[in-house]
Design a protein around this ligand. Structure first.
Ligand SMILES: *[C@@H]1O[C@H](CO)[C@@H](O)[C@H](O)[C@H]1NC(C)=O
Ligand SMILES: *[C@@H]1O[C@H](CO)[C@@H](O)[C@H](O)[C@H]1NC(C)=O
Ligand SMILES: *[C@@H]1O[C@H](CO)[C@@H](O)[C@H](O)[C@H]1NC(C)=O
Length: 311
């Protein structure tokens, strides 16, 4: 497998310079990470040449970050497309098709949120080194907690709750025991968020409220997702959901690479596109730091001709 070398461009590729509304006074990480960010010897995660022993709130040790999204297509539509034995239909890049879906059904045009994961840094030969999971049962959010009440009322973030309810959907591919969306949110924080050393309660100032870290984690995930409109990335290359033709994997890959700047991982279920993983290194905290796109590691899991089926 051909592995592109990581390109180390200090800061210039960051596409997420989120303001940090409302939390600067409460959290310590913005304040305490400014010295880390300003220090010229500070690096992005997974790019340190020496062991970083301090700054546990500003340097993510398992710092290969993945933001993952689902395309939850309708399996019945895939079955009928397959029955028609479609041939490969070449994509004419940058020519808009007249049949593109209208904007009146935004969820049909949205890849939904799976999560934000921290993997161990890739090996020097560019291979996966695995990932930490379910690191701190004391921080975990049990399913008995009412997340609607927690997020919308106790943490006074009704907009965050609405966004999660709409776009963070528990799909068949989620790999979660329960069926509800809330179980997926809790699972994602419990499995991945509790492993992030820069998201720990010690990285907050002021009065730490139970589940503060979880709520901030969920909010950050939605913000990363909000900056990555996969549907539009594909649509701008005239790749839209259809049962009329398949697409070439290379065309899907190049549309995503054009938008993200780096190689993006794509995964299929039954030959149809259903998951996208975007990889990053982060400088500073997962909650407030700079996200820099990097090439995916590992092999895509799609055939050369890909179904991209409507929801
Ligand atoms: C980078 O820092 C982390 C965290 O201290 C450490 O685990 C890792 O070994 C360091 N990497 C290198 C190449 O020194
Ligand atoms: C969007 O989804 C609705 C049902 O949720 C469906 O009726 C409609 O046909 C879909 N539109 C497109 C363009 O896929
Ligand atoms: C969870 O909280 C919401 C908002 O407070 C409330 O409407 C809902 O009934 C609660 N659900 C359960 C299962 O208690």
């Amino acid at each position: 497998m051909f592995i592109k070398p990581f390109v180390l461009l200090a800061g210039s590729l960051s596409i997420f310079a989120y303001p940090n509304p409302g939390f600067a006074a409460k959290r310590s990480d913005t304040q305490s990470c400014s010295a880390f960010m300003a220090n010229p010897s500070s690096t992005y995660s997974c790019e340190n040449s020496t062991t970083v022993t301090s700054n546990s709130c500003c340097f993510e040790r398992a710092g290969l970050m993945l933001h993952t999204q689902f395309w939850d297509y309708d399996p019945d539509k895939l079955s009928s497309a397959k029955k028609r034995d479609l041939g490969y239909s070449p994509v004419h890049r940058n020519k808009k098709r007249s049949g593109a879906p209208s904007s009146s059904y935004p969820i049909n045009k949205s890849f939904t949120i799976h999560g934000l994961w921290s993997d161990y840094c890739a090996t020097s030969s560019g291979k996966s080194a695995g990932y930490p999971a379910s690191c701190d049962a004391d921080l975990a959010v049990p399913d008995s907690v009412n997340l609607s009440d927690l997020i919308a009322n106790q943490f006074n973030k009704p907009d965050l709750y609405q966004l999660m309810k709409t776009y963070w959907v528990n799909t068949e591919s989620s790999n979660v025991a329960g069926d509800s969306d809330e179980e997926l949110w809790a699972h994602e924080y419990n499995k991945h968020g509790t492993c992030m050393n820069t998201v720990r309660p010690e990285c907050f100032t002021g009065v730490y409220k139970q589940y503060d870290a979880a709520v901030e984690f969920w909010q950050k995930v939605t913000k990363v997702w909000d900056g990555l409109n996969t549907y539009e990335f594909l649509e701008s290359a005239s790749i839209v959901p259809t049962t009329d033709n398949t697409y070439e994997l290379v065309d899907i890959k190049s549309a995503l690479q054009e938008a993200f700047g780096k190689d993006v991982y794509v995964s299929c279920k039954d030959g149809a596109l259903n998951e996208i993983w975007y990889y990053y290194h982060v400088k500073g905290s997962i909650l407030t730091g700079d996200y820099k796109p990097v090439d995916k590691i590992g092999s895509d899991r799609c055939p050369d001709e890909v179904y991209y089926i409507p929801k």
